[in-house]
Each structure stands twice: as C-alpha cells, then as structure tokens.
Ligand binder design. Structure first.
Ligand SMILES: [Zn+2]
Length: 262
C-alpha cells in the first residue's frame, strides 16, 4: 500500500454506515489519480488493474467521492462512508473481436480489458457491454474490503456501489462488478439486523419501491409489502424470492438486491 495523499478532503466524518465502490471509467491508475486531482474529488483508496493500491485519504476523514447521494434514508453519503475507486473502463459498445469502445468528449476510447457477461434488463442500457475486473485487481479489492469492513465494523450488506447511492445519476461499479465475490469474501462476518433491514429498505427505495414507514431499520409489514411488489416486478429475471423470517436469508436477499442495476 502506497500513501499518495489527496489535498481534497475534510477532517473527520459523522459516521461509517457504508463502504462505497466506484470505477474510474479509465484504465490507468496514474491517469485516474491525476484526473481526480484536476476535478477536485477524491476517495479513501484506489486500486489499479494490476492490484496496485494507493491510500489517498485517511479513513477517519471525509473523502469527496459520492457527490449528491442518499442511503439509509439520509443524504450526504460522504459524511457516512468510506470510498474505494477501482480502475476500470466501465461501459461501452461492443466491437467485433471482443473489444469495447466509447466516445467521450468527441474522442473514441478503446478498452484493453475484455467485456464480461452481465444480467441487465434496463431499456436505457440496451446494447451496453461492461469491462471485466481482472483477477489481480479483484484479489487486492477483496483484501482491502475485508480489512475496511473489519476496522469500521460494517455489516457485509453495507458494502455497496455508487450506483446504489446515486441511482439514475451514476452507473459505477455497474453490472460487470462481481458482487457475489464480495458476498463470499465476507461470508464469515457476523451480520447485524438493523443494517440488513436498512440495506433492503434502501435497495427497495432506489429500485422504485419505497417502504411506507421509510428506511427505519425495522423489518415490519411495510417492508414485507414492498418486497412482495419488488419480487413481482424483478423476481423472474433476477431469480429473487421473498426471504421470509430468517435473518441469514434476509441478508442473502440484501446481497442479491445489490446486483440489480437501478
Ligand atoms: Zn463513482
């Protein structure tokens, strides 16, 4: 781990209620760090395609990664989160020979990484393909996520994406990110009921099914009702069924909701 401190942060943070994963939409760590500096944004960590990891902001401080955002029924996610940037090309159009391209600022960009198969039934991303996250990078990401979750005492369902806290505005890390590997890497971390309930309520809200009682961390009839509607809408495509009364099944349900793009 290399320290490469960013000038873009504020001292202190209100709480740690989630760990937010992003992609940089490019494929070079050095270029991504320069771009973040130029735009006046930051994250706590950045992980390159080869697994090289840099620490940009201390975990106790507030990095500028989420922008306008909400989670757990609260805005200003930067006040309540750790942010990790993953160097990754993101989305594009598929070319023959398995390449991905995207036109950005009038220039054509071609990805070095191959596309990965995804489940995505949204009409507004029809024709998109997404760049794979290489194995060397994923091993570094899983190690870093495990360490942050341990230090910050997070529930595994509190590891989420920028797309989950800014739905409609942000797409990262996108349906190409292998969320089941995060689930597997954190399988032994014990779960806590309120964060699991809040995660389910927050995902239902971003997918257009807000619980009547708001995001209160209490699993009641209102939560059951929106889950029934969400399962009726997305269940068949994404293999979702209502989780019932066991907290282990509810946590697995929250982890599955994380893979559904909004
Ligand atoms: Zn982002």
């Amino acid at each position: 781990m290399i320290d490469d401190w960013s000038p873009h942060f504020w001292r202190g943070r209100k709480a740690t209620e989630c760990l937010v994963l992003h992609y940089t939409a490019n494929e070079s760590l050095a270029e991504a760090v320069d771009m973040m500096r130029a735009r006046g944004v930051s994250a706590h960590y950045i992980v390159g395609i080869d697994g090289e990891t840099r620490r940009l902001v201390r975990e106790r401080d507030r990095a500028w990664h989420a922008g306008q955002s909400a989670w757990n029924g609260k805005d200003q996610v930067n006040q309540r989160s750790i942010g990790i940037e993953l160097v990754n090309f993101g989305w594009g159009e598929a070319l023959e020979q398995g390449h991905i391209r995207r036109t950005e600022d009038g220039a054509l960009r071609l990805a070095a990484s191959p596309p990965v198969a995804v489940r995505d039934d949204r009409p507004d991303s029809a024709g998109f393909v997404w760049a794979a996250f290489p194995e060397a990078q994923m091993l570094a990401v899983l190690e870093l996520v495990r360490a942050v979750v341990g230090r910050q005492k997070l529930d595994p369902t509190q590891v989420i994406g920028h797309e989950h806290v800014a739905p409609g505005r942000k797409r990262d890390p996108g349906p190409g990110f292998p969320w089941p590997r995060i689930t597997a890497a954190l399988a032994r971390v014990s779960h806590r009921e309120r964060p699991v309930a809040r995660a389910v309520q927050s995902h239902c809200t971003r997918l257009g099914f807000p619980p009547a009682g708001g995001i209160d961390g209490a699993w009641g009839a209102g939560t059951e009702a929106v889950i029934a509607r969400l399962v009726a809408r997305h269940g068949a495509y994404y293999g979702l069924t209502a989780p019932g009364k066991s907290w282990a099944a509810r946590r697995a349900f929250a982890e599955l909701l994380r893979t559904i793009p909004g």
